[in-house]
Design a protein around this ligand. Structure first.
Ligand code: ATP
Length: 295
């Protein structure tokens, strides 16, 4: 499958500080990519660089095989972007926003937009500034989907939605991915919620990509090993070690290999995997011992 998005050596620097550095990603068309990381990790910076809203200090972004310099009209026509604070023109009525969307976008789907607003129980005559924060988020998301983009970029799209609305929104997103071959890149703090919908994962911390790839492959490559806490394993496969009750729990990238004698292996969950990489990024690595991870 062809790549929807490729970044090479992508970076953004503010004065002497790199918000994002050496970012190499390759994302297939039709994938839902979850971008996760702690506050200040560089998620918004990456999304804004991909959307052409900021110019990179280093490296490049290409969309659907074409180099996509910031503000390229061809690239922008294929993109939908909803920022973290889901901006809508507050003095506009909802119907005026739809009119604006239809006037500015050749691929605009007015039927979808009107249906979605009706499903949300929002009157088209309502001024968007009078809607609740969650309703404004829903309207912004409906506008982005109605544009029928090839790549939809969402910065924490469900953060302000109630649990029912979150679930419904993710279902609508999945429908658009299945029906139109839409590619979605979304950031979130809620890994458990994303697990149901994403097939690719990008973990960012300290302005660097810590882990990226297809979710099934990543889960297949990693396991949790449990064994005697006194004999900590080391080596490049160890991602994070937790010690409790004289036992060590090790998230390790060892593939299908048998663990060393005295150790047990079990599959890793997605949230557990993300946390292991985030902790590794935050803490100094444990001193490696001479022991090997696998038998
Ligand atoms: N305009 C700016 N000027 C200077 N520094 C900035 C600017 N925008 C972002 N940064 C810095 O870049 C780093 C990454 O910020 P970014 O907004 O990309 O993080 P994030 O992962 O989206 O965080 P959050 O989850 O809190 O939204 C942070 O250290 C931030 O302070």
């Amino acid at each position: 499958m062809s790549a929807a998005l490729v970044t090479r050596g992508l970076g953004k620097r503010y004065r002497s500080t790199w918000a994002l550095r050496d970012c190499d990603l390759e994302v297939p068309t039709g994938a839902v990519i979850a971008l996760v990381g702690p506050n200040g990790a560089g998620k918004t910076t990456l999304l804004r660089l991909v959307a052409g809203l900021q110019r990179p200090s280093a490296g490049s972004v290409s969309l659907f095989g074409d180099l996509a310099p910031a503000q390229s009209p061809q690239a922008l026509a294929q993109l939908g972007f909803v920022a973290q604070d889901h901006p809508v023109y507050r003095r506009f009525r909802v119907s005026e926003l739809l009119h604006l969307g239809r006037s500015l976008n050749r691929t605009w789907d007015q039927d979808f937009a009107e249906r979605r607003i009706a499903e949300l129980g929002i009157s088209p005559r309502q001024r968007t500034g009078r809607l609740s924060g969650g309703q404004q988020a829903q309207v912004a998301l409906a506008l982005a989907l109605a544009k029928r983009p090839r790549l939809l970029i969402l910065d924490e799209p469900v953060a302000s939605l109630d649990p029912l609305a979150r679930r419904e929104f993710l279902q609508i997103l999945m429908g658009a991915v299945a029906g139109d071959g839409l590619t979605v890149l979304l950031s979130s703090h809620n890994v458990a919620e994303l697990e149901r919908v994403c097939d690719h994962l990008v973990v960012v911390a300290n302005g660097s990509v810590q882990l990226a790839g297809d979710v099934d492959s990543l889960l297949g490559d990693h396991r949790v090993l449990t064994g005697p806490g006194a004999a900590l394993p080391g080596g490049p496969g160890v991602i994070h070690v937790d010690q409790a009750d004289r036992h060590a729990h090790v998230v390790a990238r060892i593939g299908p290999a048998e663990p060393m004698p005295g150790w047990q292996a079990r599959p890793v969950g997605l949230e557990e995997l993300v946390l292991a990489y985030l902790r590794r990024a935050r803490e100094p690595r444990p001193v490696p011992s001479e022991m090997e991870l696998s038998a």
